[in-house]
Design a binder for this molecule. Structure first.
Ligand SMILES: C[S@@+](CC[C@H](N)C(=O)[O-])C[C@H]1O[C@@H](n2cnc3c(N)ncnc32)[C@H](O)[C@@H]1O
Length: 226
């Protein structure tokens, strides 16, 4: 089965996420900005980066390597077009990062927002852990269940409805148990309220310093053709 994310045009995705009644793009960009401010990473990997929401907050003088990973090549091409000049160290990787062979040169910080809802969480976290240096930080954003709104708010962008069969909200406790199982210890968690009764869970995790699974894996890297 083709991943439904490959059938959602970037224009629909961005328009949906920025609608006043959804407003999730703006909330994620703010969380990304504050994570960058707090952790000031020397290297950064953004899993499920889409078209680069929030990348305007990256300071390339401070973060000297930036990798955006996504399964959708159209999204990555847009990200590259928008940010290659401002972030000269930007790399994009077109891949399903949950596959067992997925590897990147490890980064000091990983940001992953609203992607765990569409993947096997354990496989995703195993891949992410492999892509983190010892002591690196993961900031993960999950969508919490809402009594007022459907998980994917119905809007005029009907292509988003293709996601319904693969979307599953992830419980923060299940998520934190899984992170602990792959060697990522929870540092803190918070709940951020959004419009329409929705809310995000934001968890921050640190990779064990003594973990030995980080290796230089730059050979397995895939660059999107531009
Ligand atoms: C809800 S969007 C994330 C939004 C993004 N973080 C933002 O701030 O707008 C989920 C993203 O994850 C990507 N994605 C979903 N499954 C994936 C997978 N298995 N591997 C890589 N990317 C994936 C989708 O293509 C999409 O861009």
């Amino acid at each position: 089965m083709t991943n439904p994310w490959l059938r959602i045009p970037a224009s629909d995705y961005e328009a949906h996420m920025t609608l006043p009644e959804v407003a999730q793009a703006q909330a994620i960009a703010r969380l990304f900005a504050s994570a960058l401010m707090e952790h000031a990473p020397a290297s950064l990997a953004v899993f499920g980066c889409s078209t680069g929401n929030g990348f305007e907050h990256i300071d390339p003088l401070q973060t000297r390597r930036v990798v955006g990973i996504d399964i959708n090549p159209e999204y990555l091409a847009i990200l590259k077009r928008r940010f290659a000049a401002k972030i000269p160290c930007l790399e994009v990787v077109e891949a399903d990062f949950t596959l067992p062979g997925f590897r990147l040169e490890p980064a000091a910080m990983v940001f992953a927002a609203l992607v765990f809802e569409y993947v096997n969480v354990h496989e995703a976290l195993q891949s992410i852990e492999r892509c983190m240096t010892a002591g690196a930080i993961l900031v993960a954003v999950l969508q919490l269940p809402s009594e007022e709104s459907a998980p994917v708010t119905p809007t005029q962008y009907k292509s988003l409805e293709l996601l319904a069969p693969i979307m599953r909200l992830v419980s923060p406790d299940e998520f934190s148990d899984t992170t602990a199982g792959v060697g990522l210890q929870e540092l803190n968690r918070e709940t951020v309220s959004l419009k329409m009764g929705k809310a995000f869970f934001v968890g921050c995790y640190r990779k064990d310093i003594e973990s030995s699974s980080s290796v230089d894996c730059s050979e397995g890297r895939l660059e999107t053709p531009q």
